[in-house]
Design a binder for this molecule. Structure first.
Ligand code: ATP
Length: 234
């Protein structure tokens, strides 16, 4: 079976420094897959590879069987990978709605539009004309996710959604994941909060020093197993 996204023996380098080693990773349609790992494990590097910011050797990464490694950033976006970045990176002087509309500059056909994004996060309709800088952290996170959805991605990358947000806000945001997936959009989420990552994913991968140290169904992984993969064995 062809996976939606597949990394095979994927290595990544910054000059002479190797940050990822033989990564095997896949996502199927509609799946929610978590990626965890300690600081410096390689999570951001992997997201950079997926979005085309960091080129990798040929044939090590494909989307629906198509090699992504020769494609440029905008070509990868056009094929259906969009990211809600860590720190949200909104345009502060633009309104909520303008920020969302920027996401539609890579417009693919699909279920997501201003209307459906504002239905997913109703507060964004209420605040449509508010400059994004005046929003709370949680609301800004919703704009960042909404902006990524506006491109109608097949695969949505969520980088550190919970960073700096109160648990109740994080819960509200992750409660929208099933609705996103019902539309056929797959999700990779990078999370610092391991409990959260387990709770909202079908499968989980752990990176340790650039290598996948654990892969499994989130509901079947034990806490000790995850800790060992995350921190490494003494
Ligand atoms: P964090 O949770 O701190 O963001 P991470 O898991 O995302 O960590 P990466 O940022 O992917 O980790 O870093 C993986 C390794 O690559 C680290 O050893 C880091 O020092 C190194 N690295 C990251 N960016 C660069 C770069 N631009 N040049 C050289 N080395 C880099």
């Amino acid at each position: 079976m062809t996976h939606l996204l597949e990394a095979k023996s994927l290595d990544a380098f910054y000059g002479d420094f190797q940050a990822l080693f033989g990564v095997e990773f896949h996502v199927d349609q509609g799946e929610s897959v978590a990626l965890i790992g300690a600081n410096g494990a390689g999570k951001t590097t992997f997201l950079k590879v997926l979005t085309g910011l960091l080129p990798v050797p040929g044939q090590s990464l494909s989307l629906e069987g198509v090699d992504l490694t020769a494609l440029r950033i905008h070509q990868i976006a056009a094929r259906g990978i969009a990211m809600s970045p860590e720190g949200r990176r909104l345009f502060p002087s633009l309104s909520v709605r303008e920020n969302l509309q920027i996401g539609a500059s890579v417009k693919r056909p699909g279920p997501w539009s201003l209307e459906t994004v504002e239905k997913l996060f109703p507060i964004l309709a209420e605040k449509a004309n508010t400059p994004s800088t005046l929003l709370s952290g949680g609301q800004q996170q919703m704009v960042a996710i909404g902006r990524a959805l506006m491109a109608n991605p097949k695969l949505l990358l969520l980088d550190e959604v919970s960073l700096g947000l109160a648990p109740v806000i994080v819960r509200d945001i992750y409660e929208t994941l099933p609705m996103i997936r019902e539309q056929g959009t797959s999700v990779i989420l990078v999370e610092q909060d391991i409990g959260q990552a387990v709770a909202v994913s079908d499968r989980l991968y752990c990176l340790q020093e650039g290598r996948i140290s654990l892969e499994g169904k989130s509901s079947e992984l034990g806490r000790d197993e995850i800790s060992a993969a995350y921190f490494g064995r003494a």
